[in-house]
Design a protein around this ligand. Structure first.
Ligand SMILES: *Cc1c(COP(=O)(O)O)cnc(C)c1O
Length: 471
């Protein structure tokens, strides 16, 4: 087994070392051998070393280099060195993080990381955390806690009696709510389309002046960091209105919550401590491996009541914090270990520097693209940039050309009726040179194919001509 693990470590290290110099999306040639992995179930065993060899030789090139420095799709971070190394060691540990008795180290590191995160993100002292798969589940947990407490206050036990016949709850969302919040509402029986939608402004911020009357049976879903613009809902106004009405505020801060860690961006999260629950992703801006989301709730009893696993005699309880009482899962991997490792290695200043650096790199993208004559569609307040290359067809063609070129990877979106390319800078390893090379690739993708010799458009910083068809 030792030789095998050394082999795996070497292959993994080689993969990571090659991330910056390979095409970000795999070329057809790089995925061509995947068919070799698709065969009938082997009738007999294969040597583990051979299994690993197949996986590396065929699988490693058929990945997308989302862990590399020039992947700007979704809001995907890579893996910090300490977080990836911790992930490998934790894989060897193979801990079941649900119960304290099944992993003292996992339970303790979650507890420690929760305390550090409360401090770093400016959350109230009574806040508890559940370590879940991602922000979708973190939103689910926060809204489940809201559903529990608001119905309990009306004498209804939703976990025991369900929603049939329950007093109604009103859920208020901004018009640019993230789709995962709507999914969470649908899973909770609160209804994706039963929500009250509040108009948003041009940056996607919920308009506080258009909030409906709130009451003790209202949940307001606010957003810290719009996935397209990076904009924050007006949290101080929302939280104040909710407090007066005894309503619940849930904040989707999948990536935006981390702005609290960067002194120059923290003003964006002002008022955040006035909410009741928060969702974030560690696999986005904190740069830990998938899957890693965190749900925070300032009403720990409501969260644990909502996540209750009806007690079985064999589940040993303790007086201490039991991890499973704050998550939907019972058995699960010990993802808090990587969160602890990332925070331990970066410290407060390191998380702040990571957030600030990526925000500045987003600004660099916007400045260079604007200087080339392109239109930036959002106010670049965080790590998100949206750029238009002209008509929807032109922008769509440029996005396809950028993806095919392989220097970097960006996806598309439609923002308030306009087709745009999205750039999210979230990786700890991205440098200014990565931004410059990516801008050059984008401008080349946007420019017509050069006509004559000596006019290689490649890497020339000249203005793009969005009115001409892209290649
Ligand atoms: C990414 C994201 C989510 C969903 O996160 P997952 O980790 O994919 O579940 C929710 N809300 C916002 C604002 C996001 O950016």
């Amino acid at each position: 087994m030792t030789d095998l693990l050394h082999d795996a470590a070497e292959r993994g290290a080689r993969y990571v070392a090659g991330l910056a110099s390979r095409p970000v999306a795999p070329t057809p040639a790089m995925t061509a051998r995947l068919a070799e992995l698709d065969h009938p179930l082997p009738s007999d065993p294969t040597e583990p070393a051979e299994v690993l060899r197949l996986l590396d030789e065929i699988g490693s090139s058929a990945t997308v280099a989302t862990a590399g420095p020039r992947y700007f799709g979704l809001v995907t971070g890579g893996s910090l060195p300490a977080a990836l190394a911790a992930n490998w060691l934790a894989g060897a540990w193979d801990q079941n993080a649900g119960l304290l008795v099944s992993s003292p180290v996992a339970a303790r590191l979650e507890e420690v990381a929760t305390g550090w995160l409360r401090e770093l993100l400016g959350l109230p002292a009574e806040t508890e955390a559940g370590f879940v798969t991602g922000a979708t589940m973190a939103n689910f947990c926060g809204l489940a806690a809201a559903r529990h407490l608001l119905l309990e206050r009306q004498g209804w036990d939703v976990e025991s009696d369900g929603l049939f016949g329950a007093p109604p709850l009103t859920v208020v969302v901004g018009d640019e709510v993230h789709t995962s919040v709507l999914k969470a509402l649908s899973l909770l029986g609160l209804g994706r389309d039963r929500v009250v939608r509040v108009p948003a402004d041009g940056q996607g911020r919920l308009r506080a002046d258009r909030l409906p009357p709130l009451g003790p049976a209202t949940v307001v879903c606010a957003q810290a960091g719009n996935v397209n613009t990076g904009a924050f809902d007006p949290l101080p106004e929302i939280c104040e209105r909710a407090r007066e009405a005894a309503a619940w505020v849930h904040v989707d801060g999948a990536f935006g919550l981390w702005a609290a860690a960067a002194p120059a961006r923290a003003h964006l999260t002002a008022g955040i401590a006035g909410a009741d629950s928060w969702a974030t992703d560690a696999h986005k801006w904190l740069n830990v491996p998938y899957d890693s989301g965190i749900t925070f709730c300032r009403h720990p009893a409501a969260l644990s009541a909502a996540m209750t696993l009806h007690r079985a005699a064999y589940l040993i309880q303790s007086e201490r914090r039991e991890p499973y009482v704050y998550t939907p899962e019972a058995s699960r991997r010990a993802r808090g270990i990587e969160v602890w490792a990332a925070l331990r290695s970066l410290g407060r200043s390191g998380v702040g520097a990571l957030v600030e650096r990526t925000c500045r790199l987003a600004r660099r993208f916007a400045d260079q693209l604007e200087a080339a004559g392109l239109e930036i569609l959002n106010e670049v307040v965080l790590n998100q940039v949206m750029v238009s290359f002209g008509t929807p067809e032109q922008t769509t063609r440029v996005i396809a050309a950028v993806q095919e070129d392989g220097t970097c990877w960006c996806g598309g979106t439609v923002w308030q009726g306009r087709t745009a390319m999205r750039i999210s800078v979230s990786n700890w390893a991205t440098t200014e040179a990565d931004v410059d090379a990516s801008v050059a690739a984008m401008l080349q993708a946007a420019a017509p194919i050069p006509a004559g010799p000596g006019r290689s458009g490649a890497l020339s910083p000249g203005p793009a001509r969005p009115s001409r068809p892209a290649r």
